[in-house]
Ligand binder design. Structure first.
Ligand code: ADP
Ligand code: ZN
Length: 749
């Protein structure tokens, strides 16, 4: 029954008004009751209908939320109070939009309960407010013909006119964004009569991918794995499969066959990528395989494309969606397959707002949809391997690179034996290798996971360190932009001419390298090489990244220097040498997961080398060449390494052998943070199979001016942490200005 006609507070004799529960995308503990007005009584309201309702003096968009809960009772949030008939307000209107599918609503409830978030905030991710506004024809700006006489031209205006004549009509905001100018420039041109209104082009048609367009010819191991995945997609039903294979073994090729099988059945497929910058090469490859582009979903989509895509997913026109983690919350009515590529990537963990791990939630989404999910990686996470070991996940393995390409040979450069020249960071062994490779007409790459020029600026006279005023963090020099900036809060200031503490002039010195500094060194050492820098701050957006990747593929570049963005699944056929500037970088600090993460990252970087005929070489600059991480990278025996890692975590019930949740206390004063953290400590649960660690200063003890403490709840796997946490949090009232955030399954510990 879609309408709940029972009302426990009803007095005998009063008329019963049909009521519905409506969940609003706001931080309330649950849905509110509303009356179904006469205007809607005839058609009725069904679960999933998107409606507008009054809330105080505002009108809000929400979703009719009556459905059976999928949650065990101890997970379910406390029931919302029931409102008496007389005080019930009516639903204002039903929007002309496809209803939110049942599977998505159940998923929203599940994520909310698992992460201890208000369900409305999870719903907000599914609604993406702008996505639900019905589409009306939109007017954009195009070039006025003829142009107005005597138009004053500036570089900014020329840029705008260029963009508009190439891509118009576009909205003013979109023009400003693409031309990288202020909105005033566009307005000025419109006022001057150089731009005129025109209806925007029709929304992109979502062409159905053709599963038989250009299937690959698969070799032995590949063919077996593809057959297995195709069968899963054809049968449907929930299952989890780990597709593990060395970089370049054809994993992408294979899971595209599963997508083909899913599309052939007329169902929808979702592919999650850790970083949407990756999608350009991916979509190109998809288009060659299927003769049509997939739908894209990420936070950089303009509002219009977002709206169109949301609807295309909701009415089934978008058969395949590739996206960032937020694509999990799209309204697929008929989801038949989920792929999580590079499943080990920590980028799948969302840290702001609702903190969730998209890999784990993809498994939940698949279970709710009754569909298979495939986790793909060359270096699977310990969590996933443990699930394979316990028989919960299936396992497919590819052991060789496609087409006879060999795995790159990895060696360490012991920096104690082969130090760079004074003030430099590249060992002569590495520079010689770069000279040799590029001399043969091959490409080389330098990897350093650190943006900017130098991670620390120090006064040589008094020892003062330039620190962020808002965070426990050093300011990072960005020489190109001539600033010092905080990578945590975005604070920036010009590099001061004198030390702010002792006034010594020209005494501030950069310590350690960032990618800008390595670029400076490389330009001096290799004046003849064509060098390209790939870092998130030098490549603003997916288009710039795609362009950089295309230039590398066209061999317009000899040496690529980059941060973790170069580690992604790019295919660079002419790249044969990868140099890791500081292989020890991720190993400092007390994080238990540091070794696992470093191995995954460096293996991924190494995997860029030698993907075609010429064999690849990888050189790791390290001061600790005997560290298990370096030994694993050199030997390529990750299985042994991961077994060792597992043995270290098993005794203490660290994940994946136990469950972990973090409570982060933050406050605008140290006292409020301290008192709230201590109160949490006093109220901590006790019991069999659980332990509370802390309170201790959080890894960033001050962040954006807020003082932070952390408590960790560690339990055996069979303990349900959510009810424990829910109860614990009712015992503590945060001090004024303090709050407590819950992070289930934190990625660092
Ligand atoms: P992975 O995802 O495991 O890194 P890819 O699927 O990207 O591997 O394959 C690596 C390269 O080899 C790609 O350029 C891909 O097109 C090519 N390749 C892999 N398998 C085949 C095949 N069976 N036929 C043709 N090309 C293939
Ligand atoms: Zn800061």
């Amino acid at each position: 029954a879609s309408l709940d006609k029972r009302d426990p507070t009803r007095k005998p004799g009063t008329t019963v008004r049909p009521r519905v529960r409506v969940l609003l995308p706001l931080p309330f503990p649950g849905p509110f009751d509303y009356a179904v007005p006469d205007s809607l009584a005839a058609t009725g309201l069904r679960p999933g209908d998107i409606v507008t309702v009054p809330l105080g003096r505002r009108t809000e968009t929400g979703v009719v939320w009556d459905h059976d809960s999928v949650l065990p009772p101890e997970f379910a949030p406390p029931p919302m109070p029931t409102v008496a008939d007389g005080r019930l307000k009516p639903v204002a209107a039903r929007l002309d939009l496809p209803p939110l599918p049942d599977g998505l609503r159940r998923f929203v409830d599940w994520v909310a309960a698992y992460t201890l978030s208000p369900p409305g905030l999870v719903l907000a991710m599914a609604l993406r407010t702008t996505a639900t506004i019905p589409t009306a024809p939109v007017l954009g700006w195009t070039i006025a013909d003829p142009p107005p006489p005597g138009l004053r031209e500036t570089p900014a205006r020329r840029k705008v006119l260029e963009i508009v004549s190439a891509h118009g009509p576009l909205t003013a905001a979109e023009i400003a964004r693409r031309a990288e100018v202020g909105p005033g420039v566009v307005r000025g041109l419109a006022d001057a009569g150089a731009l005129r209104h025109a209806p925007m082009a029709a929304p992109p048609a979502f062409v159905r991918p053709d599963p038989n367009h250009r299937p690959p010819v698969l070799t032995g191991q590949q063919a077996d794995a593809a057959r297995d995945l195709r069968a899963l997609a054809e049968q449907g039903g929930f299952s989890v499969t780990l597709l593990e294979g060395v970089t370049g073994s054809g994993k992408t090729e294979i899971y595209m066959e599963a997508i083909a099988a899913c599309v052939a059945r007329g169902r929808q497929a979702l592919v999650l990528l850790p970083e949407i910058a990756l999608s350009s090469q991916w979509t190109g490859r998809f288009a060659r395989r299927f003769g049509a582009e997939p739908a894209l979903w990420h936070s950089d989509l303009g509002p219009r494309l977002r709206r169109v895509t949301w609807r295309a997913v909701a009415d089934g026109a978008a058969a395949v969606v590739v996206g960032a983690r937020s694509a999990l919350f799209l309204p697929f009515p008929d989801l038949g397959l989920i792929i999580v590529d590079e499943e080990h990537e920590t980028a799948f963990k969302q840290e702001d707002g609702v903190t969730y791990h998209a890999r784990d939630m993809a498994v939940v989404r698949a279970r709710v949809a009754g569909a298979p999910v495939v986790l793909v990686s060359a270096t699977p996470s310990l969590e996933t391997l443990a699930n394979v070991g316990a028989g919960r996940y299936r396992h497919l393995v590819l052991t060789a690179r496609h087409g006879g390409a060999t795995m790159p040979a990895v060696r360490t450069i012991d920096m104690r034996a082969h130090p760079p020249e004074r003030g430099l960071f590249l060992s002569p062994v590495l520079t010689a290798a770069i000279t040799e490779a590029t001399g043969r007409g091959e490409q080389a790459m330098l990897f350093l996971n650190r943006r900017g020029y130098a991670p620390l600026t120090l006064c040589r006279t008094c020892g003062h360190r330039m620190q962020c005023p808002n965070c426990t963090a050093w300011l990072v020099e960005h020489r190109v932009r001539q600033i010092l900036t905080c990578h945590h809060c975005g604070y920036q200031e010009p590099v001061p001419p004198a030390c702010p503490q002792c006034d010594a002039e020209a005494s501030l010195t950069p310590i350690g390298p960032g990618v800008e500094r390595i670029t400076e060194e490389a330009r001096a050492t290799f004046p003849d090489l064509r060098i390209l820098v790939m870092a998130s701050d030098t490549l603003p957006g997916p288009a710039a990244t795609a362009d950089a990747v295309a230039r590398i593929a066209r061999r317009e570049i000899d040496l690529v220097i980059g941060t973790q963005i170069v580690a992604k699944g790019w295919h660079f056929p002419h790249l044969t040498l990868v140099g890791v500037v500081d292989a020890d970088l991720g190993l400092g600090g007390g994080d238990l997961r540091a070794a696992e993460r470093t191995v995954q990252l460096l293996h991924q970087v190494a995997g860029r080398a030698g993907r075609a005929e010429a064999p690849g070489h990888v050189m790791l600059q390290s001061y600790t060449p005997d560290h298990p991480v370096m030994l694993a990278l050199v030997s390529g025996d990750f299985e042994a390494f991961m077994r060792q890692e597992a043995e270290q975590r098993r005794p203490g019930f660290w994940p994946p052998f136990g469950r972990l949740a973090a409570l982060i206390v933050s406050a605008d004063t140290p006292d409020a943070a301290d008192a709230t953290a201590r109160a949490l400590g006093h109220a901590a649960p006790h019991g069999e199979g659980l332990q509370v660690l802390g309170p201790a200063p959080a890894p960033l003890a001050i962040l954006r001016g807020r003082h932070r403490w952390r408590l960790l709840l560690r339990t055996r796997r069979d303990v349900a942490v959510q009810p424990l946490l829910r109860h614990w949090l009712t015992l503590v009232k945060p001090e004024r200005g303090a709050r407590i955030d819950v992070d289930i399954d934190p990625v660092s510990f």
